[in-house]
Design a protein around this ligand. Sequence first.
Ligand code: PMV
Length: 331
Amino acid sequence: VNPVDIVQLILQNKSLEPQKKMGEGRASTNIALIKYWGKKDERLRIPTNSSLSVALPDKSTLTKITLSDKNHNEVILNGKALDVASPFANRLSIYLDYFRSTSTMYFKINTEVNFPVAAGLASSASGFAALVLALNDFFAWQLTKKELSILARLGSGSACRSLWSGFVEWHAGSKDDGMDSYAEQLDITWPELCAGVIVCEAKAKKINSTIAMQHTMSTSPFFNDWVSQSNKDLMQIKEAIQAKDFVLMGEIAEANAMMMHASCIAARPAILYWQPETLAIIHKIQALRQQGVPVYLTIDAGANLVLFFIQDEKQAIIKALPKAEILQLQI
Ligand code: PMV
């Protein structure tokens, strides 16, 4: 089974003729509390473990799609035309090939991202989710969220979680074709929950997540333990979220992120995403907790941190960590 087979399965009776001049989609990025790290199937992006994220509504991508009059796909990122050979344009182009009805049909993608691209804040998550929504609009497919989630997963794993707000779980699934590997929103409201982002490095990470996952899976002696611990973490964090037990949720999320990074550090050679400032902030957060401020952190495949805390602690967080950009989660 390859991605084209899955696209055909989902789009069985749907048209590949544009139904309007321009399609549009917007999606927020998400930050995982239980990380996706490792794939059972590389090409279909089926993960080795289920994961759970929170949407970051302040950080989003808006994508517009039209037909291109060139003989290649065009990608415009934040107003700048990208070189077709650049890694980002190339990755989008490979994905867009799944949706071209004739060999002469090309797309023009105009995408606006309001946060650092490729800096470990999962821009690919909002990027591919927004693109799938724009395609769905352009071709008037009227797909279900489950189907859109599977299509988004084929572009970037974490993108399958970016079609919802709030807490979202991505079921790893057990089928070889990945038709049961999609995300769903958890039915919960938690308006007091807040997040903050601390950007320690705004430039692209040195090793992208696809390569880093492969390398961790094939060389890290911690990888199998990472998968089994993540399965336990997922079950426990869902209980903590349902019970609105912030401290337990924070402890599990932070431990899960640390274990993902530990599995990378144990790979040979090691993959180390943290910068000195990342480590300094980890120590600061540990000190804050000792002073009685409940705040927890997570880190994706990069040097930047996302903090979680409850509304009442907002002033204490701003005072201790003035660099943190406070985000409204709207859960
Ligand atoms: O979807 P990708 O290939 O960008 O991988 C994302 C991996 C992490 O951000 C580190 C974890 C996650 O679950 O989002």
